[in-house]
Design a protein around this ligand. Structure first.
Ligand SMILES: [Zn+2]
Length: 362
């Protein structure tokens, strides 16, 4: 098919030739992707069970992805911390195996802007490690050095449930959480923020409580990122950022990476049903652009961590998002900023601050 005209029943419209060409020409980075755990050793296979594997990224014109070592919140005690740390290091090791050439796909694990850029220029997929949940460092900020040594570029302060660093947006009474345990960041959390700044790790405020997020913005020497969150004014979910939080992001130079989680994108309709696609996703981008500017918003899928839209089901379908952005009137430079330029600016800033503080790069 050559135009955007004909859609198969139940299928999204075929993207225009212009959208397809633009998508192929862009540097496209997805800032939040989970990995299966336990590992199945199938990152280089096009599997039915993964929404993101390296062949799907290549087929879908994706350039780079942040793959997270996600650690579920459990009890805040020495045993829980030891388990979380061990699992996180093991998951980062698996993410570090996602390189080389297999099945006609070449990927490289990258942990600096220079490495990501070099991979892109070589036509090689860039795999960027990250950590989801500061629980993985337990109560010892020195563990962050090990995460960075394994290539991690951001740490999400919390998941669902408070940890030793900070309060989360969603508390877990079953783990003994009060609505607030710390009133935002703990003393340890502030120490972790300083250490992350020193190491070039971005501070990810997705999953953090509002107080934690605003305190992290104030405490961090580097603008923070929300690696996978949406807009609370459009969908009142505690995982989303409200206008005051968006304004704080703008003030500090941070970025919100809108994510493909239907429950964060659209309230249920009067029948209790919800269906969200790239149109709802771009509604959230539009809102952020109007309120705080196009330099403060980006794109994440949360694929294999619960994310998926009707017309963005896996890494082969990112072009549908590019097509919708074109339909809304965004130009190439704006779409490039959303698809990775803004996130890369934060990585570069984190590297610059780390270099100032330690005399080394990244
Ligand atoms: Zn998450």
């Amino acid at each position: 098919m050559t135009s955007s005209s004909q859609a198969q029943p139940g299928q999204p419209p075929v993207p225009s030739a212009e959208a397809q060409a633009l998508h192929r020409a862009l540097f496209t980075l997805d800032s939040h992707i989970d990995i299966p755990w336990p590992d199945r050793g199938d990152a280089f296979e096009d599997t039915e069970t993964r929404r993101v594997d390296l062949p799907k990224m290549q087929k879908g014109g994706m350039s780079a992805g942040c793959f997270v070592a996600y650690i579920a919140q459990a009890m805040v005690n020495a045993e829980g911390h030891a388990q979380a740390q061990a699992q996180c290091l093991a998951m980062l090791d698996v993410i570090n195996t996602m390189q080389g050439t297999h099945n006609g796909v070449t990927a490289r694990v990258c942990s600096t802007v220079a490495e990501i850029t070099a991979a892109y220029e070589a036509g090689v997929l860039a795999v960027i490690p990250a950590v989801e949940n500061g629980y993985a460092m337990g109560d010892n900020p020195a563990v962050l050095v090990q995460f960075r040594a394994k290539g991690a570029r951001y740490v999400t302060l919390t998941h669902n449930g408070h940890n030793a660093l900070a309060d989360a947006a969603v508390h877990r009474p079953s783990l003994g959480d009060k609505p607030e345990n710390h009133g935002g960041l703990s003393v340890l959390g502030r120490e972790a923020v300083r250490e992350m700044n020193r190491l070039g790790l971005l501070i990810d405020v997705s999953h953090a409580s509002k107080k934690t997020m605003l305190q992290a913005v104030a405490a961090s020497a580097v603008p923070v990122v929300a690696s996978h969150s949406c807009v609370r004014t459009l969908c009142d979910h505690p995982r989303n950022l409200d206008d005051e939080q968006l304004d704080a992001l703008k003030e500090s130079g941070g970025v919100i990476q809108i994510t493909a989680m239907p429950a964060f994108l659209k309230p249920k309709d009067e029948n209790g049903a919800r269906s969200a696609g790239v149109s709802a996703f771009v509604d959230h981008i539009d809102y952020v652009v109007r309120r705080i500017g196009a330099e403060h918003v980006g794109i994440s899928s949360d694929f294999d961590g619960g994310g998926a839209l009707a017309d963005w089901q896996n890494a082969t379908q990112g072009v549908n998002l590019t097509a919708e952005l074109l339909r809304r009137g965004y130009d190439k430079s704006e779409i490039a900023a959303f698809w990775g330029g803004n996130f890369m600016r934060l990585l570069a800033r984190a590297e610059a601050v780390a270099a100032e503080q330690t005399g080394t790069i990244g």
